[in-house]
Design a protein. Structure first.
Length: 67
């Protein structure tokens, strides 16, 4: 009988990638809004920084999820 406190194997994979996607999206949104409205950067610059931060945040979240 499977222990109810341990998640199913497929569920942990979905949680891990969901965590990575959420972390990436939040970081990209934050830096985009900061660049675009607080620092008055151009749209292109804001999007480039948002993409850069999203990739970095995804990498960090992936590393943390594998610990």
């Amino acid at each position: 009988m499977r222990d109810l406190s341990s998640p199913a194997e497929g569920s942990s994979v979905v949680k891990k990638w969901g965590f990575v996607a959420m972390h990436s999206a939040v970081a990209a949104t934050f830096i985009f809004l900061l660049q675009r409205f607080a620092l008055n950067a151009t749209l292109e610059s804001s999007l480039l920084w948002a993409l850069t931060f999203a990739v970095c945040a995804a990498g960090l979240a992936y590393k943390q999820a594998n610990r």
